[in-house]
Design a protein. Structure first.
Length: 284
């Protein structure tokens, strides 16, 4: 059921999911507004509560009406947790602004896209576009590839794991948008996600190393296996940048498009690999 649900969710997300209506990040804002104390314990407790609610819901629906309600819930959770939603609208708005040389609108949309990790101050245009590429690659990872990983490896508990991960992602974004760096640090969110992202980042890194000009990417990937301190954002984007080395880094429209194109290729490769492994496991 995992593969069928995943493919259906990706198709529906691509065709119909626009804006924030079907995005868990938006639905959780009413909860986040009530949080006034920030700590690692609070972050873990809220995540555990979300995962417990999803687990209890799945248990309650198990075996009912030939598991049709259970399948519907799997699909709904997948739609809420997988997909960029409103972020995709920000990307298209950036492209429109850049194509008509609207610097103000372009910078506003770029700020939305680089919200979590930011852009170094007083950087050159080339460095600015490189950081925008990195942000787009990370968005694809955060909203598609990482949830896909937890959905698949979780098996029957896939919706529980992906809901927990999506909650942490939403909490990190909320803190970056509405709170100070000190409060974000107190929450422990970056440390938790650093641990959770270690394995999926390196699996995705293999895809980036193989589908692009990855002569330098593979050695860097092997070096990352022993690296426990570098942020997962920098590990993933460095590997992707090796593969993007021959793509344009000076055009304000072509540069982000190159990153998105590579991200789509990586996503397709990973979905195909998951499908083949699932079919092989079923046949065996």
């Amino acid at each position: 059921m995992t593969l069928f649900t995943l493919l259906l969710v990706l198709i529906i997300e691509r065709l119909f999911k626009l804006g924030e209506h079907w995005q868990l990040d938006h639905r959780l804002e009413v909860v986040f507004r009530r949080v006034t104390r920030f700590s690692l314990v609070a972050t873990l407790a809220m995540t555990a509560a979300v995962m417990l609610i999803v687990w209890l819901l799945l248990e309650a629906l198990e075996g009912l009406f030939f598991n049709v309600p259970l399948l519907v819930v799997w699909i709904l959770i997948g739609l809420l947790c997988i997909g960029a939603g409103v972020v995709r609208l920000h990307y298209h708005a950036y492209l429109k602004a850049a194509s008509r040389d609207d610097a103000h609108a372009r910078d506003l949309m770029a700020a939305e896209l680089t919200l979590v990790h930011g852009v170094p101050p007083e950087c050159s245009e080339r460095e600015y576009l490189r950081e925008l590429q990195n942000a787009l690659l990370w968005i694809n990872y955060r909203f598609y590839l990482a949830p896909l990983f937890w959905f698949v490896v979780g098996g029957e508990a896939g919706p529980v794991l992906v809901a927990g991960y999506a909650f942490l992602r939403a909490w990190q974004t909320w803190l970056a948008r509405h709170h100070t760096p000190v409060e974000r640090l107190r929450s422990g969110i970056d440390g938790v996600l650093h641990v959770l992202d270690w394995v999926p980042v390196r699996l995705v890194g293999v895809a980036y190393a193989l589908i692009g000009h990855g002569e330098k990417a593979l050695p860097a990937w092997f070096a990352s296996l022993a690296d426990r301190h570098t942020s997962q954002y920098h590990v993933l984007t460095q590997l992707a940048q090796f593969s993007l080395a021959q793509e344009p880094h000076h055009d304000k429209v072509k540069t982000p498009k190159a990153a998105v194109s590579m991200a789509k290729k990586a996503t397709l490769v990973i979905v195909v690999v998951v499908a083949l492994l699932t079919i092989y496991g079923t046949l065996v």
